[in-house]
Ligand binder design. Sequence first.
Ligand SMILES: Cc1cc2nc3c(=O)[nH]c(=O)nc-3n(C[C@H](O)[C@H](O)[C@H](O)COP(=O)(O)O)c2cc1C
Length: 174
Amino acid sequence: MKIKILALSGSLREGSSNNTILKLISGLVPDHVEFTLYKGLASIPAFDDIDNDPVTQFRQLVREADGVLICTPEYAFGVPGALKNALDWTVSTGDFDQKPVALITASSVGDKGHASLLNTLTALGTNTVEEVTLLISFIRAKLKNGQFVDNQTEQAVLRVVYALISIIENKQAK
Ligand SMILES: Cc1cc2nc3c(=O)[nH]c(=O)nc-3n(C[C@H](O)[C@H](O)[C@H](O)COP(=O)(O)O)c2cc1C
């Protein structure tokens, strides 16, 4: 059976660097990995504790995933609101509890958003070890025409992806 990885982008922007990274990863994962880019972030309403279809579907995708890969910019020294809002909807249901989750922050600088999102993942109880976290600053200089132009960055991204796959496989072997 294939390993299921759900990818979440913190950017809803057309031509986003973070979406570009996720698309590049989707072309690089091994055959036994099913890599799904979640596209429903913009349809998730602001948290109010009243269940609705987009949230039910989002939670189900998280529950069914063997692992989650988040790739996000930093906005105003924090986590982009749409992404944080979606994660807030999962606090009470525990969908992320013990879930292997990797975090790539790709931004102009990004350190504050990265640290903040790591705190949120702690609150959600995810399994997020250092090997699956990566901060990429100056992201716009590292991509051109939808490709990595910085080999070190590409290798670092691949290391995160393979570390996530390895954590999932070790968990399944237990
Ligand atoms: C609303 C907004 C706020 C931003 N705030 C920050 C910030 O606080 N720190 C930072 O490193 N970059 C910030 N940026 C720049 C983003 O890092 C940069 O635009 C990045 O390419 C966005 O990711 P994306 O291309 O995937 O959309 C901001 C961009 C926007 C649109």
